[in-house]
Design a protein around this ligand. Structure first.
Ligand SMILES: Nc1ncnc2c1ncn2[C@@H]1O[C@H](COP(=O)(O)OP(=O)(O)OP(=O)(O)O)[C@@H](O)[C@H]1O
Length: 745
């Protein structure tokens, strides 16, 4: 260990080592590039060989992408054990020429002391060093020496100088990874075992989102085999939030993760319609299961008054007595609605076939001893084959099909739900057909599939369509390659020239197409409602409705989940009062809780201001402990729209990001005062409602009318808590009055 070397010597030593590590990185990349090129040189004669080649190539391409992603900040730490060689910690693991480790992946067990060692519990380490770099150059070092007097040694923070530097950095509109400065309480969450449900509860800015993302990277590293094939799903509250966090996992060289909002989880449906929170709350209630079940029972009808219709000149008649046994049998089968329909249909066809057979096969003289042949007959001359023919004809008759569709329709979830909304007397749920889907509809559509069953015929038709497309694709390629030949078919000489169509058959090309369909797990999962993820991480989990939880649990039958949130920030009207309430229906009390208690975002000045504004909150809010202070107190202003515009222009002129946060009910008014502001987080200034700002952070926040935020919703106190805790540096409260000059209030 070189604790006695001068700072310049220490930097020079780290630079040497860093050069060597980057050298290894370059060599590794080159090796993978060569192997990738080798794969593409393989001819792949049989479809199986081609498939193997393409899988191998994809594997190399993914590995290459992983090594490319770690260019920046490759090595950021060093641990010096009391005995033994120093370990360099970095974004991934690398070996030297003699296979000795030259860089330890931050997720490896050996790297753990980097995040948890303290003077009191040093894990055999004498020193931890944070290495600062720009590009491939070492720019500075921060050392913590553990073999000094443990009693004097260190506070609760790990690598305090590096941490404070990270927290003081300007925000860019995109979340960054925290791999260099993960704190001990966060590390415990990140490295917690994959199995079971882990709940991470913590106040604003405690790093819940950051921890959730690093946990995903940790789990993929530790359980690569299982999770690589099943994928990890991360659920966030809205697309803006997903964009905000989207860079973190790629910067950690992990791509096998699907980021989605709950509204994205029903493939084929895009939920773009907005709706009132009260309506979303009703749709999210667990009782909606019963509403759907009842709605479906109502779609399995028997006629209240007899219905008559004509088939092939026969007037047929169905009444409740005819239909009830068929319905009873279909329901008693225990099959889902669409799958039970054939039983109902069979029962009704029997009834109708009997009506026709009775008429056309009836032999009025069957027991007439004076009949022509004078032999005892049968009352009906039709045999089983005749009856089967009648039944088969009926099964295709449009009039019969219309009646069956009325009594027991084949339902898609979309049709079922939109007809249910159109027919309900519930004032909040009622809406016309074809009105588009909202986020709260998605879990209901998903639930509907569970009641309706996926119509096998539709699935089979889909499979046939895909097969047809495969062949059409292949044929299309052949046609293109044969294009000139077909135009000039008369030209015999031209027809002699062989082209792709002559040397390759459509089936072979179709296999190629199928190979291209073999996408990474996350992408396949996005398109498959029945996909069972290896692990599911739910962020801002307090916002999910009971119906949304039911949908998520279906996506994760193994119940390997990380649930991240803060009950005190719940904005959704139907949000839970406790995590037990959310989870007990699925795992009883078999879930574990981890708490995060330190706020890395909100400075002490803003946190105590928030504490004063929320002092009367009921239940009381347990504020997290801020890790730093800026010396800048929040300021408060009152003025008109022009004053607000002037203040925002002044604040937006500074470096870093700015958000104006307002109550939803004041948004239009505030937007009119600030016409240049949109919602694009890449812009230096944005205008957001509290719901839109949830989970995000900005250097400066101008908070308009906190009192309106607090009173506009039953969850207003929670919303205000969210709004007050978005700033990393400065908070300005602006009360929008009717136009007097802006003045401090
Ligand atoms: N150990 C750390 N090192 C550096 N930065 C950190 C650390 N922990 C958290 N941060 C930073 O603190 C900020 C808040 O983190 P994050 O958004 O994950 O908090 P949160 O608990 O999800 O907040 P909210 O409840 O408001 O959504 C982010 O900028 C994050 O990068």
């Amino acid at each position: 260990m070189s604790s006695l070397s001068s700072p310049a010597d220490a930097i020079a030593e780290e630079q040497d080592h860093l050069d060597m590590i980057y050298g290894r990185l370059d060599e590794t990349r080159e090796r993978i590039r060569e192997r990738l090129a080798d794969q593409w040189r393989q001819p792949g004669v049989t479809p199986q060989e081609r498939r193997q080649r393409d899988f191998a190539a994809r594997d190399y391409a993914e590995r290459l992408a992983r090594y490319e992603a770690v260019e920046s900040g490759l090595c950021f730490g060093r641990l010096d054990p009391h005995d033994g060689t120093p370990l360099r910690i970095g974004r991934l693991g690398l070996r030297g020429a003699g296979a000795e480790p030259v860089l330890i992946d931050w997720r490896a067990p050996a790297a753990r002391p980097f995040y948890v060692a303290t003077a009191v519990t040093s894990y055999g380490m004498a020193r931890r060093r944070h290495i600062r770099t720009r590009g491939r150059t070492v720019t500075g070092l921060d050392d913590e020496v553990f073999d000094a007097d443990p009693a004097a040694g260190g506070g609760p923070l790990v690598g305090e100088a590096a941490l404070i530097a990270a927290l003081d950095a300007r925000r860019t509109g995109r979340m960054r990874d925290i791999v260099e400065t993960i704190q001990a309480e966060q590390d415990r969450v990140i490295r917690s075992a994959a199995g079971g449900v882990l709940v991470v509860q913590g106040g604003p800015g405690t790093g819940k989102t950051a921890v959730a993302l690093h946990r995903a990277a940790y789990l993929l590293y530790t359980y690569r085999e299982q999770l690589g094939s099943r994928g990890v799903l991360i659920v966030g509250p809205n697309p803006t939030f997903l964009r905000y966090i989207s860079q973190v996992l790629p910067s950690l060289a992990e791509t096998g993760v699907l980021l989605a909002t709950p509204a994205d989880l029903f493939p084929g449906v895009t939920a773009q319609r907005a709706e009132a929170p009260e309506v979303a709350e009703v749709k999210g209630r667990a009782e909606m299961v019963e509403v759907l079940e009842q709605g479906l029972r109502d779609r399995q009808r028997v006629p209240e008054t007899p219905i008559e219709f004509v088939v092939d000149r026969h007037v047929l008649r169905l009444d409740a007595g005819d239909c009830e046994p068929a319905r009873r049998r279909a329901r008693a089968s225990g099959r889902l609605h669409n799958l039970a329909r054939p039983i109902f249909v069979a029962g009704i066809l029997d009834v109708l076939a009997a009506q026709i057979a009775d008429r056309i096969g009836d032999d009025p003289f069957w027991d007439d001893p004076l009949g022509e042949d004078d032999a005892p007959g049968v009352p009906n001359v039709l045999d089983d084959a005749d009856r089967a023919d009648i039944r088969a004809d009926l099964a295709e008759d449009p009039a019969v099909l219309a009646v069956l569709d009325d009594l027991w329709p084949v339902l898609t979830p979309e049709r079922f739900l939109s007809e249910l909304y159109a027919s309900t007397g519930h004032p909040l749920l009622h809406r016309p057909m074809g009105d588009g889907w909202t986020a709260a509809d998605v879990p209901l559509l998903d639930e509907a599939v569970e009641l309706l069953g996926e119509d096998d015929r539709a699935a089979r038709a889909r499979a046939a369509r895909i097969e047809r497309r495969r062949l059409e694709y292949a044929q299309g390629v052949l046609d293109i390659s044969a294009g000139s030949k077909s135009y000039e078919a008369e030209d015999d000489a031209e027809a002699e020239i062989p082209n792709a169509a002559d040397v390759m058959e459509a089936g072979m090309l179709a296999d190629r197409y199928a190979e291209r369909q073999s996408l990474p797990a996350a992408e396949r999962a996005a398109a498959d409602r029945k996909w069972a993820f290896g692990h599911v991480i739910v962020d801002e989990a307090q916002e999910l409705s009971p119906m949304a939880w039911r949908m998520l649990m279906r996506r994760c039958p193994s119940r390997s989940m990380t649930v991240v949130g803060d009950l005190a920030q719940t904005g959704a009207l139907g949000g839970p009062a406790s995590w037990g309430e959310v989870l007990s229906p699925y795992v009883a009390d078999r879930w574990r809780l981890a708490a995060l208690t330190v706020s890395y975002r909100t400075p002490a000045e803003i946190m105590s201001f928030a504490g004063r504004l929320l002092a009367d909150a009921e239940p009381p809010i347990d504020l997290p402990h801020p890790v730093r202070s800026t010396g800048v107190e929040p300021d408060e202003w009152t003025g008109g729209p022009a004053d607000l515009a002037a203040l925002v222009a002044d604040r937006a002129g500074g470096p870093g990001s700015l958000a104006v946060i307002t109550a939803a009910s004041r948004r239009a008014e505030v937007a009119a005062a600030l016409p240049g502001l949109g919602q694009d987080l890449e812009e230096p200034a944005v205008l957001l409602t509290v719901t839109q700002a949830k989970g995000l952070e900005f250097d400066s926040v101008v908070l308009v009318d906190p009192e309106v935020i607090r009173t506009e919703s039953p969850r207003g106190t929670n919303d205000l808590y969210v709004a007050l805790t978005r700033a990393t540096r400065t908070l300005t409260v602006f009360r929008l009055g009717s136009g007097c000059a802006a003045r401090p209030s």
